[in-house]
Design a protein. Sequence first.
Length: 377
Amino acid sequence: MRPLHAAGFTTAFGAHGIAANLGAFSSDTVTSLLVLGGLLALYDGAEVVLKPVFGSLADRVGARPVLLGGLVAFAGASAVYALADSPGWLWAARLGQGAAAAAFSPSASALVARLNPAARHGRAFGSYGFYKSVGYTLGPLLGGLLVLAGGLRLVFVVLAVLGAAVALWTAAVVPVVPPLPKSRQTVLDLARRLAEPAFLVPTSALAAATAALSVGVGFLPVSGRAAGLGAVATGAVVSVLAACAAIVQPKAGRALDEGRLTTRAGLAAGLLLTAAGLACAMLPGLTGVLAGAVLIGAGTGLITPLGFAALASSTPPERLGRTMGAAELGRELGDAGGPLLVAGVAALTTLTFGYAALAVLLAAGPALALLRRRLGK
């Protein structure tokens, strides 16, 4: 499992370590906000398009070779800019990194499920999510230190070495998990599968959690600055959010495996906690920002392992790659949609109402589920 944890850390560190520092330290390369937005969208766009594709490929040829290929490609794409160090090659490197992450991210999730019995899926995904959260937490900080020490090029050098090292570790340690035979599935069969509550409910919860996490990372610093906090304090708030998510995930997974928490109750509680965090972010001052960070982090940390464990338990093993790829697509859409919703509402009103809009949307899911159960009785 350790190489899979390292793969999760790599994709998270690669995404945030560069994205958080593109605009701040590389004005010669990022010449405008439009260029910055394009570079950020390039990585995420490649993941959105290719994750379902690589997930299906993992079912066909096996998750291990797709994971290895993605890690090698990530190292190669990082080396492109490390060697060339020119603005044009930065675009190619970010596109390559996003495409590579789209390969090894769902493959790693599928292997987490295949290499662990169903009774330990909660712990397994909790641990995997913990290391991804550590990557998200350390990415901006370590990326900034690397840029200060040697420029943006040094970050790509480190990512190239990291990707290659994890690929070698995976090849040496992760066992071969052959693809399983499966019956032919039509597009209509796939559509039915994606519309089933067993897929739709946890994937929607994962998308909502990612939307809130992205909003917290992007907009809580804005609220902090409005409250008079400096750059160090606002950065610390984001770190608190990511740290809370990292701490909660293994505990939530263990509680699920031990029967102390059900998937339905855990997802509902996670959504309500996250909505409460967004509501706290509406309050003025440090208290509101800090409480928002803690609750958003805890809520997303509760949802993530439970959502993936639910998907793994409801999916035939021979189709885990496709399911994980589709679920990752849902998370990417949440990652983009949450900030767009909050920004759109804030542009028309204020950021406070932007937080409120997303909070209402997140709380609506558990509220509707409770209403259906009551009406069913």
